[in-house]
Design a protein around this ligand. Structure first.
Ligand SMILES: O=P(O)(O)OC[C@H]1O[C@H](OP(=O)(O)OP(=O)(O)O)[C@H](O)[C@@H]1O
Ligand SMILES: NC(=O)CC[C@H](N)C(=O)O
Ligand SMILES: [Mg+2]
Length: 513
């Protein structure tokens, strides 16, 4: 799940880079592999800094000073296609036509067809295995078709409409055209989130796009609005233009944003992520009552930091059981689920969390997590709870069992890697070493979000029910599974070393471009 942002400042002499950098730091939880910013200064010239690593590692003060211009876009990456190579760090750039840079959150399921189209029909060179580079080139190809010396908003809308017709999958995107402005758009099912806001200024109005509203709040932007599925917004120095380019066939935001990905202080599609997690905790408590009945012998509820805290607290209120922070999190270790490779994820759960014996010793504990995906966290956590002296360890998940791959921007390509695949609750409990495992019902999870915005009645729940809103072929799922399972990814990354020198890198300070 990547993070995207774009900024247009009214004052042409102001610098966008620092606010973009701060925005990316706020979006860090959406991608830890790579980060990048491209700004646009006088004469429409682009300035770029991107590379592998966390936001704080990729940029220093000197970079930010040299990222000149009052317009810019930024990206944090969590790869779902291609490799982790720094040549796939975003934003991507093409010089023709007009000079375009592009940032993408999501994943395309017709990448192979697009690759063939761009190769055989459009004759455009694609230099990486990233699906985002394909998206950018489809956009560029559609703009090229205008054959104009200077384009206008109408031409851009036509080009984006073409993207909606050609590209299948989940995509929320930001783009910048040299000397022209910034653009935001969202796939016609609205799977991935993107919003925008404005900030009045003595010199005019600033605009910002972001994956999550928390960035806009923190930067003082107001009138925060979600981009509709199938809508595009163009912001130039003089105007903001909105256009619904295709009718949303079925609005299905990704439910996993609410379960895990998004920050609790974000509001996505008019649903407060925080409130949805409170609801999830409420419903989870019902499941605990249902499953334990009169035999409930739980002494304490313990969350797995960070994401499950909100729901666990609410479950403890409802169950009238004490809530205790039994696991202490090392604040300097990032999110483990989005780390590349099983070995790294496993090692980092232990580095990140430490069980305090005084909260576990001699107690029956109910550990609450937001989700159990590969079971990496739960296996380690249950063992740590036992080592800390717990008598019985029950494990509850705010999401239902995950049994299907994700194809829209979450790196869960292989069923074999999912702990719930081909297992029932009892064998999952056995696999993670727990005495009992309790899962949220899918209907209850849906109710947790629907209640907060009744106008949205459908969500992408494909990881739970295997129903893919865009349609999907068996061949694609097999290809995804074989090309992106953990061992295949390791060999991809070995072939494409993270040190691969991308086209637009002029290695300077810190090896960043
Ligand atoms: O079953 P798994 O494959 O381990 O995946 C699920 C776990 O991974 C995530 O935590 P993560 O450490 O990424 O982030 P958090 O600190 O926001 O909870 C999620 O919150 C679960 O704890
Ligand atoms: N998680 C994402 O949004 C990934 C974006 C894009 N598919 C990439 O791999 O870079
Ligand atoms: Mg977690």
């Amino acid at each position: 799940m990547c993070g995207i942002t774009a900024l247009s400042l009214a004052d042409p002499n102001a610098s966008a880079s620092l606010e973009l950098f701060e925005g990316l730091q706020i979006l860090q939880h959406r991608g830890q592999d790579a980060a990048g910013i491209v700004t646009c200064g006088h004469k429409g010239r682009f300035y770029q800094c991107k590379g592998n690593g966390m936001v704080r590692d990729v940029f220093n003060q000197e970079h930010l000073q040299n990222l000149v211009g009052s317009l810019g876009i930024g990206h944090v990456r969590y790869p779902t296609a291609g490799s982790s190579s720094n040549s796939e760090a975003q934003p991507f750039y093409v010089n023709s036509p007009y000079g375009i840079v592009f940032g993408h959150n999501g994943n395309l399921i017709n990448a192979r067809e697009l690759q063939n189209f761009l190769d055989f029909k459009a004759h455009r060179h694609i230099n990486t295995d990233s699906d985002s580079e394909l998206l950018l080139n489809v956009f560029a190809n559609n703009l090229q078709a205008t054959d104009k010396f200077r384009i206008n908003e109408e031409d851009i809308f036509t080009a984006i409409k073409g993207i909606f017709e050609q590209c299948i999958g989940g995509y929320a995107c930001v783009a910048m055209i040299a000397g022209f402005g910034i653009i935001g758009f969202r796939d016609s099912n609205g799977i991935r989130p993107i919003c925008y806001g404005k900030r009045e200024h003595t010199s005019g109005t600033d605009y910002m796009f972001s994956s999550e509203s928390v960035v806009l709040d923190a930067s003082g932007f107001s009138e925060v609005t979600d981009i509709n599925p199938g809508e595009a917004i163009i912001i130039t120095k003089t105007a903001i233009t909105k256009r619904q380019l295709v009718e949303p066939i079925n609005f299905t935001p990704c439910i996993f944003e609410f379960v895990y990905f998004a920050r609790p202080d974000s509001v996505i599609d008019n649903i407060s992520v925080y409130r949805s997690r409170l609801e999830m905790g409420e419903h989870l408590a019902d499941q605990v009552i249902k499953k334990c009945g009169n035999n409930m012998d739980i002494d304490v509820i313990i969350p797995v930091p960070d994401t499950s805290r909100v729901a666990a607290l609410q479950a403890s209120y409802k169950l009238k059981l004490p809530y205790r922070e039994g696991f202490i999190k090392n604040r300097y270790v990032g999110r483990t689920f989005i780390m590349p490779g099983q070995q790294m994820r496993k090692k980092n759960v232990r580095r990140k969390l430490n069980a305090m014996a005084l909260e576990f010793s001699g107690k029956n504990v109910l550990i609450v997590d937001d989700s159990i995906v590969r079971g990496t966290t739960s296996k380690e956590i249950v063992q740590m709870a036992r080592e800390a002296g717990a008598k019985k360890v029950y494990f509850a998940s705010c999401a239902p069992p995950i049994r299907y791959p994700n194809v829209y921007g979450i790196d869960m390509p292989s069923r074999q890697e999912l702990v719930a695949y081909n297992r029932d609750d009892d064998s999952i409990a056995k696999e993670i070493g727990a005495d009992l495992v309790i899962y949220q019902d899918l209907d209850d999870l849906l109710a947790s979000c629907k209640k907060l915005n009744p106008s949205i009645q459908t969500f992408d729940c494909s990881v739970f029910n295997g129903q893919y809103i865009t349609g999907i072929t068996k061949e694609y799922l097999e290809h995804l599974e074989s090309s992106r399972n953990d061992s295949a990814k390791n060999s991809n990354d070995r072939l494409q070393s993270p040190d691969t020198i991308g086209l637009h890198n002029n290695f300077g300070y810190n090896g960043r471009s």
